[in-house]
Design a protein around this ligand. Structure first.
Ligand code: ZN
Length: 243
């Protein structure tokens, strides 16, 4: 089975379509949250993700912000502007889809826990350091976990009590799973690791590999749409540098 694992689409439909096309046919989809916020096409993204089957989809902090499940005060001024605008773009059906999403999901069949942010605080905490990863690995009741939220393609792997940080050096870089660890597929719609290409991962259950991929998409067109919608300029500019 090939499972497409992706996160942080953030209303960027062109990046999402590029990822789906690049991945080709897969057997299942795991989406780790933040379908909306920042990007110019939130409704198209919710509808596209909803159409993927079989799908496990989580709630992210931006999705929660749009629903009022996380106070807008949690976000910075520009993200707040974007969330207020996003809410107006979504249909009742799209809002209901987001409303029903869990913030964490255990899949016993794959011995994996999926979460947007962290096990300690699914919608809020960023797993950015090996110390934070270690706290969360203690809470992990499955062999391994997948998370998003940081927009960084990477992994924290526990070996003999030590947590090692691992970054894929190129598209197609792969690790064996299930290792004891936490894996991040990176962000589809707003990468922040200096590589502007859309990021995702394939978990191959037979080969027992987790492989990261990067895919180019039409960044300029998305920037044009962000500005046209009157959304913060910074959200457009950062897409070309992946920061
Ligand atoms: Zn995000």
């Amino acid at each position: 089975m090939r499972i497409l694992v992706f996160s942080d689409v953030h209303g960027n439909i062109l990046a999402l379509e590029a990822v789906l096309e690049h991945a080709g046919p897969v057997d299942a989809y795991w989406c780790l949250g933040d379908l909306v916020g920042y990007g110019p096409d939130p409704l198209a993204c919710v509808q596209r993700v909803q159409s993927l089957q079989p799908l496990v989809c989580l709630l992210g902090n931006h999705d929660a912000g749009v629903l009022g499940k996380l106070p807008l005060a949690w976000f910075n001024v520009e993200a707040r502007l974007s969330l207020t605008w996003t809410r107006m773009q979504l249909t009742e059906e799209a809002l209901n889809f987001l409303r029903d999403l869990p913030s964490m999901q255990v899949l016993p069949a794959w011995d994996v826990t999926l979460v947007h942010g962290s096990l300690r605080k699914p919608l809020e905490e960023y797993i950015l350091t090996s110390t934070i990863a270690q706290y969360n690995l203690h809470l992990l009741e499955t062999q391994w976990g997948a998370f998003g939220h940081t927009h960084l393609a990477m992994a924290f792997v526990e070996e003999e009590g030590e947590v090692q940080t691992w970054f894929p050096q190129e598209s197609g870089a792969s690790v064996r799973v299930p290792l004891r660890g936490l894996f991040n597929p990176g962000s589809v719609g707003q990468p922040r690791d200096g590589d502007p290409r859309a990021s995702y991962a394939i978990y191959d259950t037979e080969a027992q590999t987790w492989t990261w991929y990067r895919v180019p998409y039409d960044v300029q067109e998305v920037q044009r749409r962000i500005l046209e919608a009157g959304l913060p300029r910074r959200h457009a500019l950062r897409l070309s540098v992946g920061r």
